[in-house]
Design a protein around this ligand. Structure first.
Ligand code: SF4
Length: 462
């Protein structure tokens, strides 16, 4: 049993950031809706860099619209841009949901987005008829970028969707809502796989697995607009108030679950993300609690395969190795706990947020570690680099943004999470659930093997 040393960044400037601004998280949330369109109420760049980042990571295009605010909007407001933007999207794309996402500029000039949306809806009725206009739901999502991070933007996005779209409850739908957090398509598919083995139907709020990893159709008879297959339907979001419970996999993504609990008495369970044995057991316990379903042998077999992998690899190759983990607060905390289960030491865990869920999760993890854990909050990659220069570790686990200083410090980097753009296909490979944890242990052990079987290593042995 050990302790967590919580430390904040000791300078004002951010160098090599671990987080981006709120709208990105909301765009991710809306992209998981079938025929859902994020409409960013801000300048071109607010959407361009996110589109670029999504396509670098997922290798898929994403439809993200922007109201393109310029200098005149800073003086006169963005009313005209938002109303005409909604009208254009409705006519050309026929979406089911438009998520109207604010930015720092629209928040600072004080645009009344809810009021503008009301006017846009009235104009839309004139333009395309009342019946068609009623079918298009427009949800205002407040994501002021001068506070918090893209994780909060995701949370705000999901919360706005359930608050605006979930209908008054009727009969139970016998389903469980899952709020996945900013995870990969492979992770969401693994969660659906586990629920499928247990015979539980789920509503994923929201499901980016197909929209961000969809088949290229050899020929299509569909004319534009073309949406990717999959995603959560509007009807499913409306129905989320009838579910047996809501599980938010990531600690930072619980507001939607808590809103459904408060408004519609749908019980909520928030985190921890099911990475490793204990956290996945906890996820299954929550599923069992909400649905009263026994854990089938097929799931127990998958658990057994993970335990077998740990027995085969952990004590021989991984035990006692020090690692630094960075990136998404929920994923980093989940991996930190898993590496403790493997007998490794999470010497440093670093994230760009300061949220209390992360700190309390890391305090629990530190109790399971044999050595103290340095927990860096509100931090950046430069701070992590300086720390690792002074106190080296044997391995880093995090996303691609750490690749340059990992090379500089000669520390191998195990790539996980978002964004991973210097490797192909990682978004398809899960790291959650028992199967995902087996993938993770393989990835970690292979990184150890890379060094162990390197020519230089064997030369040193001779
Ligand atoms: S910080 Fe503001 S201006 Fe920059 S991308 Fe984010 S919302 Fe847009």
């Amino acid at each position: 049993m050990s302790c967590a040393n919580v430390m904040k960044r000791d300078r004002t400037a951010v160098i090599n950031p671990l987080v981006t601004c709120q709208p990105m998280g909301a765009m991710y949330a809306v992209a998981g809706i079938r025929r859902g369109l994020p409409l960013v109420h801000g300048s071109q760049g607010c959407s361009t860099f996110v589109r670029y980042s999504f396509s670098r990571h997922f290798r898929e295009p994403s439809e993200i619209a922007v109201t393109s605010l310029h200098e005149d909007a800073a003086v006169f407001g963005g009313r005209k841009n938002l109303i005409s933007g909604i009208g254009n999207l409705a006519v050309r794309f026929k979406p089911s949901v438009i998520g109207a996402i604010s930015t720092c500029s629209s928040e600072i000039i004080g645009d009344d987005m809810e009021g503008f949306i009301k006017i846009a809806k009235e104009e839309l009725k004139q333009k395309i008829g009342e019946e068609k206009a009623e079918k298009i739901k427009i949800v205002p999502i407040s994501t002021p970028s001068f506070v918090e991070t893209h994780f909060k933007g995701y949370d705000n996005g999901i919360n706005a969707l359930v608050n605006n779209l979930a209908q008054d409850p009727e009969d139970s739908n016998e389903k469980v809502n899952i709020i996945p957090g900013i995870v990969n398509p492979g992770d969401i598919r693994e969660i659906k796989h586990i629920m499928g083995l247990m015979g539980i139907d789920g509503i994923i709020l929201t499901d980016i697995s197909d929209p961000f990893d969809s088949p290229l159709r050899p020929s299509t008879t569909e004319t534009r607009p073309f949406y990717p297959k999959g995603g959560t339907t509007l009807e499913e979001i409306e129905d989320s108030s009838n579910s047996l419970g809501t599980i938010a996999l990531c600690g930072y993504a619980g507001s939607g679950a808590l809103s459904l609990e408060k408004k519609y008495e749908v019980p909520a369970a928030v985190g921890p993300i099911p990475i490793g044995v204990k956290n996945t057991d906890n996820f299954l316990r929550n599923l069992k609690k909400f649905t009263d379903t026994e854990i089938p042998d097929s799931v127990l077999d998958e658990r057994g395969l993970l335990i077998d992998s740990m027995a085969d690899l952990a004590s021989r190759y991984l035990f006692g190795r020090k690692v630094a983990i960075f990136g998404d607060p929920a994923i980093s905390a989940g991996i930190a706990r898993f590496v403790c289960e493997l007998g490794m030491i999470p010497s440093v865990v670093c994230t760009g947020v300061e949220n209390p869920e992360f700190v309390s999760e890391m305090k629990k993890v530190a109790k399971e570690s044999d050595e103290p854990v340095d927990v860096m909050i509100g931090s950046d990659l430069r701070a992590l680099e300086v720390k690792l220069e002074e106190e080296p570790v044997e391995m880093m686990i995090g996303h691609s943004d750490g690749r340059l200083f990992a090379k500089h410090l000669d520390i191998p980097l195990v790539r996980v999470g978002y964004p991973v753009y210097d490797r192909a296909g990682y978004h398809r490979v899960p790291i959650v659930g028992y199967n995902g944890s087996v993938n993770l242990i393989d990835r970690i052990t292979n990184t150890v093997f890379d060094k162990y079987y390197a020519d230089e290593h064997w030369k040193l042995q001779q």
